[in-house]
Design a protein around this ligand. Structure first.
Ligand SMILES: *Cc1c(COP(=O)(O)O)cnc(C)c1O
Length: 463
């Protein structure tokens, strides 16, 4: 399986090269040149597999240059850190199926991809003899999942910038109580945007990037997408084995990474997945895209589901490439036009194509709060605010006879404040959170200056 760029500017590369490249060198995103066909025999065999076994089968279709025995080990190791035997269990509440993606070490769905990516990085660096300093900025969730993905790993250091005192207490503690020597928490005296701007500037300093072998861990890495394809297939096979013909999924969306994995799963399992419901909060760029055929930037507003407070959906270009029938010249032109004008408009024919695959709803904070409250009073089940956005959209779009699977992207205790406001009591802390505040922590508070961050990397980075 080879990989190319959405913008057509690179020669085909292998899976492992794509993982190490992250963003394509021509500024585009990496995609496989073709999709494997899954035979009926294969599908029948997949229905009886455990999550790690299925993950191995699905990922091996894409990671063709990692020897099978090695890949199996990487996959098993990645999902052994989850605290549920099914890794991503389905639980039915009324006429909704909740797929719980929060059983990993940081209690959010990003663990599914980042546990795997961390192991793949370590494996590839051991083979090449190289080293890597991962640098990233976080508003909370990605940072902790990335830290847990690489803590204690050889040949990898990680530097995560978070805005000092502007992430939740639990998010801060999840990051700063990781004491492994290769983990460096930098709390910057500024905002998340300041952090992102610094990271971007440092990556643009090509000499520095080269000297310190800087690596990124953001949601555009193909290995992350591929790891997320697995749970869509896992859920679709479970429900179709029980008699459903087709399944719908509702996905709380920010960067379009998770739902793009659903799009890939839909291509791999023709006929099994009917529609993907793209659920957004008030930051509704992608809802307007699906419903009105317009992709245009607006100001980011802060909501109770902060991991979806995003206007620029970094994985969107991947879908655009397929919408434009794999025409890389056209994709490149559209992305250039978008960065100049902040706006793209789609034709009626394109809109028709979009609506055959996606439905969409934007759910505001009041509806989110009501959904958490209603779900709790009806079923005694507590939704986190991100999940609630997806559940509300899923309830609105559900059709009789087609099971609606709503992806639960975070444990409610991670966003306890919003949950408490909705149900009048605090969600119970999972075991791994108990006593977090009493643990030792390590974090360096630094001014939001590029030079200070570079100095931190120069001081403790691998070379
Ligand atoms: C990252 C995140 C999302 C959004 O996922 P995307 O892949 O960016 O669309 C939703 N919910 C939670 C809890 C997240 O951390």
């Amino acid at each position: 399986m080879n990989y190319i760029s959405t913008r057509g500017g690179i020669a085909p590369i292998s899976f492992t090269e794509a993982v190490m490249m992250g963003l394509a060198t021509d500024g585009g995103l990496l995609l496989p040149t073709s999709f494997p066909e899954i035979s009926d025999t294969q599908l029948t065999a997949w229905r009886t597999l455990s999550y790690p076994e299925l993950a191995f089968e699905v990922i091996s279709l894409f990671a063709t240059d990692i020897p099978r025995a090695d890949l199996r080990e990487l996959v098993n190791k990645s999902y052994a850190t989850f605290d549920h035997p099914e890794v991503t269990p389905l639980v039915q509440q009324g006429d909704i199926h909740i797929m719980e993606l929060f059983h990993g070490p940081t209690l959010a769905f990003k663990d599914v991809a980042l546990q795997f990516l961390g192991n793949v990085f370590e494996y590839l660096l051991r083979q090449s003899g190289g080293q890597m300093n991962i640098l990233g900025a976080t508003s909370g969730d990605t940072g902790s999942a990335a830290i847990y993905g690489v803590r204690g790993k050889e040949r990898i250091n990680i530097f995560i910038l978070h805005p000092h005192k502007r992430v939740s207490r639990i998010q801060e503690l999840q990051m700063t109580t990781v004491l492994d020597e290769n983990v460096h928490n930098l709390a910057i005296e500024g905002t998340f945007d300041d952090g992102q701007a610094i990271v971007k500037a440092i990556f643009n300093d090509l000499d520095f990037k080269e000297k310190y072998q800087l690596g990124a861990i953001n949601s555009i890495n193909w290995a992350r997408i591929v790891a997320q394809v697995v749970y869509y297939i896992y859920a679709a096979l479970q429900l179709t084995s029980k008699g459903a013909e087709q399944v719908d999924f509702s996905v709380p969306t920010g960067n379009f990474g998770d739902i793009f994995a659903g799009y890939i799963a839909r291509r791999l399992l023709p006929g099994h997945i009917r529609r993907l419901v793209l659920a957004t909060n008030e930051n509704d760029l992608l809802s307007r895209f699906v419903n009105e055929g317009e992709y245009s930037l607006r100001k980011v507003v802060q909501t109770s589901s902060p991991s979806m407070d995003i206007q620029l959906a970094s994985n969107f270009e991947r879908f655009l490439y397929f919408l434009y029938d794999e025409d890389s010249a056209r994709t490149k032109e559209a992305m250039e036009q978008f960065s100049a004008s902040g706006r793209l408009q789609f034709t009626a024919a394109e809109q028709e194509k979009i609506s055959q695959q996606f439905l969409s709803r934007s759910v505001d904070q009041l509806q989110t709060k009501e959904t958490i409250a209603d779900f709790y009073s009806q079923y005694g089940y507590i939704l986190d605010p991100h999940t609630a956005v997806g559940v509300k959209a899923g309830q609105d779009m559900r059709q009789d006879g087609v099971p609606m699977v709503c992806l639960s992207t975070a444990h409610p205790a991670k966003f306890g404040e919003a949950v408490t406001q909705a149900i009048g009591r605090e969600p119970e802390l999972p075991e791994s959170f108990v006593g977090l505040g009493q643990r030792l922590s390590r974090c360096q508070v630094v001014p939001a200056e590029q030079a200070r961050i570079k100095a931190a990397i120069e001081e403790s980075g691998l070379r």
